[in-house]
Design a protein around this ligand. Structure first.
Ligand SMILES: [Zn+2]
Ligand SMILES: [Zn+2]
Ligand SMILES: [Zn+2]
Length: 730
């Protein structure tokens, strides 16, 4: 299919929806039901049985699609159990009828492995019902909820192949398990106080420790979490010091949606994401109400908030009904600890108190992070509740293993027309992380009985993932970092035909030996043409410039011959000689420079801090005022920004003008390309202001704009792009 030409662009109310349903949805009359429903609403598309359950695509007027989604839920066949539902909104594909398609190849292999699901309403009711035999039992679950991915040891998914094999069901539990009319029919983690896992400390002790300002290590679903009273600045500070996490924002767990609304402005879509079976951390705007410690998330425009998602969390929040910090049980950016032993060793110096239990965790799964962008969920860290749901791609893939990047690493495997992207692993800087990376690869291969024939890695020769790939002995395809970003977004959105792809990021290895990060590609199938990029500048000190944004600022001033302060002059010799000062086209580094010149951040204590501060500065300001970044040349932008700063313009306005200039350049390149489809990917597009502004401007001019939904725009998503591009390079 080719790109849409302008006169073919459908009206704004037309769309296509893809819904992937997991659970007991096969062999229960689901496909005929979908067929009837689509026909009744006069929607075209298709439905098929897939790996994880069932996939349906329908297109038509948006209102009819909304109706379709709601009736899909309310009127489903009585025997069907929908555990999770992933909905993506796509551009229309031009379907002319509705049909039932043949099942995907490789379907049964991936069918059994489902993500972990938050406690359902029925189980919560039983948990708090004094008359129920599971009253206050912290490991209550049923077929609609509970752990899955984090307890599976092997497939097929049944109890002896889960970490629940150590617990023999009592007669009452066995009866439920065997009764097709029971909510616990074949619920593999089924358990009760008589036969199931037990806590190794009391909830009361844990709650008292929190109230006393102490730090609690809690064994959750996908690993240990560190908890502290989010109202207690000293407790939060202690946690920061012990965890070596100086300034990076902490996420919180709030006892209820009502309590969360006291501190945050939460939209309907944000509330729905929080209360979904995936129960991720949702990035929401603070309301400004007092009560939270100021050092929870000082530099972010958002607060990361989640709701209790396991019975253990519900019970703890009942004992301690206040906001708590809930952060991964690790040091800094290491992987999350999952075993009791490991937690005692690694977190012994961080936590004051441990709340553990005897249900083993098979593999780590951090809390996922999502934001609502362009009215839809956008996953920024993909782990518990989402992994390992497969992404369906346009064509059959060879047996490819993609090993991802270096930061926020994930790995992925191609099985038929599915790509399974692992849970978030972490930055590969430490031995622990590299161990977790290797375990994740072994784990995926074993779980899906997968034998890779081809490995996809980054072009950067020194990434730990690349080094591992080169040593594997298998054929290796190195994929350029920003092309992988763009391809991941196109694959996720099922974009067909030529498109303009923006790969904007921190720093990544470019095909010409310079450091890329502000790339514009004309993409046709697997062919990438780099049609534009940010004007290059030097990074004095190389890697050091990533943490110290003032170095990028100094470089721009040096290039323009503008007077520099004493510190900036220190790096002038590097720039004069071009020594340890590689060229870059990184938009991420331009953000750092702007943040430094605007007086907001001279350095970043965590990745993206300078850019985050610049975005936060805009606040609720709405303005179309903009600097100019025509052709990607930052000279007029920097000169105007400096002029603004010198005349004392509000930082809010400076920040908005800077963001708007980037959006303006995107529109300029899109118009120049003559294409009608635009793909935005890379870490820079975690910036909600920039993404929404660019998308709005483009859509107003009739472009179809694709941004990430289920796969992170940052490096957590590039394994998908690597898999797809390596497959087509063959
Ligand atoms: Zn349940
Ligand atoms: Zn039992
Ligand atoms: Zn990247």
């Amino acid at each position: 299919m080719s790109a849409l030409s302008p006169h073919e662009i459908p009206g704004p109310q037309m769309a296509r929806v893809r819904a992937a349903l997991c659970g007991a949805v096969q062999g229960v009359g689901f496909r005929p039901f979908v067929y009837r429903l689509a026909s009744e609403l006069e929607l075209n598309g298709w439905v098929l049985n897939s790996s994880a359950g069932l996939v349906v695509e329908v297109e038509g007027p948006e209102a009819a699609l909304e109706q379709f989604l709601s009736r899909l839920d309310c009127e489903k066949p009585p025997a069907a159990v929908v555990l999770t539902r992933e909905v993506s909104w796509l551009a229309p594909a031009g379907f002319t009828r509705f049909e039932i398609l043949a099942s995907d190849a490789g379907a049964e292999k991936t069918a059994a492995v489902l993500p972990d699901l938050a406690t359902c309403g029925d189980c919560l009711g039983e948990l708090l019902d004094p008359a129920d035999r599971r009253y206050l039992y912290p490991f209550t679950n049923c077929t609609n909820c509970g752990p899955r991915y984090t307890i599976i040891l092997d497939i097929p998914y049944d109890r002896p192949r889960t970490t629940m094999r150590e617990f023999e069901m009592c007669a009452a539990c066995r009866r439920e398990y065997a009764d097709p009319r029971d909510r616990r029919f074949h619920a593999q983690p089924n358990a009760c106080p008589a036969c199931g896992p037990r806590l190794e400390a009391t909830l009361r002790e844990a709650a008292e420790a929190l109230a006393a300002g102490r730090i609690l290590a809690l064994k959750g679903i996908g690993g240990f979490q560190l908890l502290a009273d989010a109202r207690d600045a000293e407790a939060v500070q202690r946690l920061r010091e012990r965890k070596h996490r100086e300034e990076k924002p902490f996420a919180m767990m709030m006892p209820s949606l009502d309590e969360a609304r006291r501190y945050c402005a939460i939209s309907d879509a944000e509330a729905a994401a929080m209360a979904s079976p995936a129960a991720p951390i949702v990035l929401v705007r603070p309301s400004g109400a007092p009560g939270l410690a100021p050092n929870v998330a000082k530099h972010s425009p958002y607060l990361g908030v989640m709701l209790p998602y396991s019975p253990l969390h519900h019970l703890l929040m009942r004992e301690f009904p206040h906001p708590v910090i809930a952060t991964s049980g690790n040091l800094s950016d290491e992987p999350i600890a999952i075993s009791n032993q490991e937690a005692r060793t690694r977190l012994g110096a961080v936590a004051d108190v441990f709340l553990t239990h005897d249900r083993p965790i098979a593999r780590p799964a951090d809390d996922s992070v999502v934001g609502i962008s362009r009215g839809r969920e956008s996953v920024l860290r993909r782990a518990r509740g989402y992994a390992p749901l497969p992404v369906r791609v346009g064509r059959e893939l060879p047996a490819v293993l993609a090993v991802g990047g270096h930061l926020k690493n994930t790995v992925a495997i191609g099985v038929g027309r599915q790509v399974i992207v692992s849970q978030h692993i972490g930055d590969l800087d430490t031995l622990e992380a590299r161990g977790a990376f290797e375990r994740a690869i072994d784990d995926l291969c074993r779980l899906y009985e997968f034998k890779p024939e081809l490995i996809a890695c980054d072009l950067h020769p020194d990434y730990a993932s690349t080094v591992w790939a080169r040593r594997s002995g298998l054929p290796v395809v190195a994929v350029q970092h920003h092309q992988a970003h763009v391809a991941s977004c196109a694959a996720e959105n099922d974009v067909s035909g030529p498109y303009l792809g923006f790969g904007w990021d921190g720093t990544g290895f470019g095909s010409d030996g310079t450091i890329w990060g502000g790339e514009v590609f004309l993409v046709d199938g697997a062919r990438f043409e780099r049609v534009a990029h940010l004007r290059t500048f030097r990074l004095p000190g190389g890697e050091a410039a990533i943490r110290e944004g003032w170095r990028s600022a100094a470089s721009l001033l040096w290039t323009l011959g503008i007077e520099m302060d004493a510190r900036a002059r220190r790096v002038a010799p590097l720039l004069d000689k071009g020594l340890n000062a590689p060229l870059t086209s990184s938009v991420g580094r331009l953000f750092d420079a702007a943040s430094a010149l605007a007086g907001l951040a001279q350095e970043s204590r965590f990745e993206g801090q300078a850019a985050m501060l610049l975005e936060r500065e805009i606040g609720s300001l709405e303005t179309g005022e903009s600097y100019t970044l025509a052709g990607g040349d930052w000279e007029p932008l920097i000169r105007a920004l400096l002029h603004d700063v010198r005349r004392g313009a509000p930082a809010q306005l400076v920040a908005a003008r800077f963001h708007n200039a980037l959006a303006g350049w995107i529109v300029e390149e899109a118009l120049r390309s003559g294409l009608r489809q635009v793909v935005l990917s890379g870490g820079v597009f975690q910036n909600r202001y920039l993404t929404e502004r660019a998308a709005a401007l483009l859509e107003a001019r009739g472009f179809a704009v694709y941004t990430h939904q289920r796969i992170p725009p940052n490096d957590g998503g590039i394994a998908l792009g690597q898999a797809v591009l390596a497959a087509s390079a063959r």
